[in-house]
Design a binder for this molecule. Structure first.
Ligand code: BGC
Length: 357
C-alpha cells in the first residue's frame, strides 16, 4: 500500500511537469502570449483580455467548492479573467448559462457537465460561436469536445476494488454507483469490475446489489443501501460507493444494523467527513484527487487554448464521437495508514480538522 501511494504522487508531479511545463518552456504563459504561427496572429491577445467561462454542475459536494475557488485563483494568477456559473443539477439551466457566457463573449468554455449526453448541445453552440470547450473532471459524450482534463476515473475504481478485495476476497458485494448521467460514474464502475471479474468468475465474489444513485443525491444512496440490506437479509460483506457523500449514507444505514465498521466501505473524494470516518473506522478507504493540480492544469490549458495554441496530450479517450485529447491525473488511495502523508501533507485538510472532535 505504501509504495502504491508514493508512486502516484511522483507520477502526478511528473505528468503535470511533462504535460504543461514542457509547453510552458517553449512558450511561457506571460502577460502577452506570443503568436505560435503568423497565421494565428489575429487569435492571440493579451492574457489579461482573455475571459474564461467556467460552467459547473453543482456545489453540493465539498470538492466542488475547492474546484471553484482553486480554478478562479489559477486563472487569475495567470492574469486572465473568469466568470463562473453553477447549474445546480439542472441540464436546461446549464445550457442557458452556456448561452449567456457565449453571448458575453468568453474566449473559452470550461465545463463540468451535469448530463454527459445533453451537454453536447453546449459544445455545438460554443463551436458555432468559434469558442473551444474543455470538459473538466467529467467527460461530455458524443460531442466534438476540444480537450478533457480529469483524474483517471477507471483507476479510481481499481484502487477502491484493490483495497476492498484484499479485505473481503470472498462474499456478497453491494455496488452503489454514482449518477447514471455522469460518465465518471461509468468509468469508475468499469475500473471496479475489472478488478472484481476474476473473483466473480471463480464464484468467490457475488455482486448481490448494483444500482446507480440518481443525480448523485445522497438520500437516493440511503434508499439503495436500505434496499440492498433488506434484499440480502442484512448479510453482506462489502460496499462500493460512488463517492464519499454516498458512502456516508450507506454507512448511516449500516450503523442502524450494527454493521458500520464491520463491512468494508469504499468511497472517493477524500472529503473531510470521510477522512474522519476512516479515522473512526466506519469507512475503509477513499480516493484522493488533488483538486489544486486539476484546477491549475485546467486554467493553464484553458488560457493557452483561448490564445489559439494547440495542446499536446499523451492520451485520448473515445467519447462516442471522437478520440478526445485527454489529460488524466493520477488518483491516490487513502486509508487509515496514509492520511498524514497524503491529504494532510498536501494541505487538503489540516491535522486538527481530521483528528479533533
Ligand atoms: C466526480 C466526483 C463527485 C461526483 C458528484 C463526479 O463526476 O468525479 O468527484 O463526487 O461527480 O458530484
Amino acid at each position: 500500500m505504501q509504495r502504491e501511494i508514493v508512486k502516484p504522487i511522483f507520477f502526478l508531479i511528473f505528468i503535470i511537469c511533462v504535460s504543461l511545463l514542457s509547453a510552458c518552456e517553449k512558450n511561457p504563459v506571460q502577460k502577452t502570449i506570443p503568436a505560435t504561427t503568423p497565421s494565428d496572429e489575429d487569435v492571440h491577445q493579451d492574457v489579461d483580455e482573455i475571459k474564461v467561462g467556467f460552467l459547473m454542475d453543482t456545489l453540493e459536494e465539498e470538492r466542488w467548492l475547492k474546484d471553484k475557488k482553486m480554478f478562479k485563483e489559477a486563472v487569475e494568477e495567470i492574469g486572465a479573467k473568469v466568470e463562473i456559473m453553477e447549474a445546480n443539477g439542472d441540464e436546461v439551466l446549464q445550457i442557458t448559462q452556456a448561452e449567456s457566457l457565449i453571448k458575453q463573449g468568453v474566449d473559452i468554455l470550461v465545463m463540468v457537465p451535469y448530463n454527459a449526453e445533453a451537454a453536447g448541445a453546449i459544445v455545438q453552440k460554443a463551436h458555432l460561436a468559434g469558442i473551444k470547450v474543455i470538459s473538466y473532471d467529467r467527460l461530455v459524450k458524443n460531442a466534438e469536445i476540444d480537450l478533457y482534463i480529469s483524474f483517471d476515473n477507471e483507476k479510481v475504481g481499481e484502487l477502491q476494488a484493490k483495497v476492498i478485495t484484499e479485505l473481503a476476497p470472498v462474499g456478497k458485494y453491494v455496488y452503489i454507483g454514482g449518477a447514471d448521467t455522469d460518465y465518471n460514474a461509468h468509468l469508475l464502475k468499469r475500473g471496479v469490475f475489472r478488478v472484481l471479474k476474476p473473483y466473480i468468475d471463480k464464484g468467490d465474489i457475488k455482486v448481490v446489489y448494483d444500482q446507480w444513485t440518481e443525480n448523485w443525491i445522497p438520500v437516493n444512496a440511503y434508499k439503495n443501501m436500505e434496499a440492498a440490506l433488506k434484499a440480502n437479509h442484512y448479510d453482506i460483506d462489502a460496499v462500493f460507493a460512488g463517492n464519499d457523500a454516498t458512502a456516508e449514507e450507506a454507512i448511516k444505514v449500516l450503523s442502524q444494523f450494527g454493521l458500520a465498521g464491520k463491512v468494508p466501505v469504499a468511497g472517493q473524494d477524500a472529503e473531510l467527513a470521510a477522512i474522519r470516518r476512516i479515522v473512526e473506522g466506519t469507512q475503509t478507504m477513499t480516493v484522493y484527487k488533488p483538486i489544486r493540480a486539476l484546477a491549475t492544469a485546467a486554467a493553464e490549458v484553458a488560457v493557452r487554448l483561448a490564445n489559439g495554441e494547440s495542446i499536446e496530450t499523451d492520451s485520448k479517450i473515445n467519447n462516442g464521437k471522437i478520440e478526445v485529447p485527454s489529460i488524466l491525473l493520477p488518483p491516490i488511495p487513502v486509508d487509515k495508514l496514509n492520511i498524514d502523508e497524503t491529504v494532510i501533507a498536501d494541505g487538503f485538510h489540516t491535522k486538527e480538522e481530521v483528528y479533533t472532535d
